[in-house]
Ligand binder design. Structure first.
Ligand code: VAH
Length: 313
């Protein structure tokens, strides 16, 4: 029985930490990490892989007897606005390449991340429900909304066991963010420790849904381990933890670094953030497969500063 797991996009903000966590749970001999660039630090077997190359994916799946795939390769919101064609191609062709392996029964389970970016400016902004208006205004969001439709289509038409979560902004100390609009919430911790000040590229009152990486990893592995009958939504589940604005995270940091100063200089990413919800209703995920978050802004800030401080020594 094949039971090996392939992580595509292992070099990204989520991928690096997901590979570490999967190796802890299943053993590093069960995990194969892959990305477009080499990585000599990988804790498990590593392959260079372009997710746009369907034959290369199939060859690695065959070579390593892969049964499950976590597909994380994507261009995020801010980067995809700079390179719209590449953003669309990478995010969509990559997904369809792996969904086709599901249809052919070459692999039996797939995790693919959507995002709150799949919502748009006409979506209700507070406690955004699972089912609502979705008119994303970014290439990244359009690719996520289209990807959700394809996931549900392949489930209904071919029985593909694909599972998905609409991630909020993710915050971690282990790996840098990768060109997203929520990256400020990672950069601010680094700058607070390094310089005691931070110039934020969003307005002070821009509230966005966010999540500490350990909670995101718990949700990602949790939905993949869930009994298939409990995964009732096969487009993508809303997923939530905390929502805050730049001035709220700055106030939390000031509890630890009283002299910390924040200034605001909104850039093109403000329009992207303004098109997204402020908070998410994830009651379906909590009801169907027992999701619950652990970290608050307070506990996340304490952990982020503690680990970043340690890393400086
Ligand atoms: C981005 N971090 O900013 C990603 C995420 C909800 C935001 O999808 O593009």
């Amino acid at each position: 029985m094949k039971n090996k797991i392939l992580v595509i996009g292992a070099g990204g903000q989520i991928g690096k930490e997901l590979v570490e966590e999967l190796c802890k749970i299943y053993g590093s001999d069960t995990i194969v990490a892959s990305d477009i660039k080499a990585d000599s630090t990988s804790p498990c077997t590593y392959e260079i892989l372009d997710v746009m190359d369907a034959k290369a994916i199939a060859a690695i799946v065959k070579k390593h007897d892969i049964n499950e795939v976590y597909l994380l390769a994507a261009l995020l919101s801010a980067t995809a606005e700079k390179f719209p064609e590449k953003g669309w191609q990478l995010n969509m062709v990559g997904l369809l390449n792996v969904l086709e392996l599901m249809r052919e029964k070459v692999i039996s389970k797939l995790y693919w991340p959507s995002s709150i970016a799949a919502f748009g400016p006409n979506t209700p902004k507070v406690n955004t429900p699972q089912y609502t208006i979705m008119e994303p205004s970014t290439v990244y969001g359009i690719s996520k909304q289209a990807g959700e439709r394809w996931c549900e289509y392949y489930f209904r038409r071919y029985g593909a066991d694909v599972r998905s979560l609409r991630y909020p902004g993710l915050i971690s100390y282990k790996s840098p963010p990768g060109g997203g609009t929520t990256d400020y919430a990672v950069d601010i911790y680094h700058e607070a420790l390094a310089k005691g000040r931070y110039e934020c590229f969003l307005n002070s009152d821009t509230v966005l849904p966010m999540m500490y990486m350990p909670d995101a990893l718990k949700a990602t592995i949790g939905i993949m381990q869930a009994d298939p009958d409990k995964v009732k939504i096969r487009s993508s589940y809303n997923l939530a933890a905390i929502s805050f604005s730049p001035n709220e995270i700055a106030a939390e940091i000031k509890k630890h670094i009283p002299a910390f100063e924040i200034t605001y200089k909104p850039d093109a990413r403000q329009a992207i953030a303004d098109s997204w919800p402020q908070s998410i209703d994830d009651s379906e995920a909590r009801r169907d497969w027992g999701w619950k978050h652990e970290y608050t802004l307070d506990t996340m800030t304490s952990e982020m500063l503690l680990h970043l401080e340690k890393a400086k020594k």
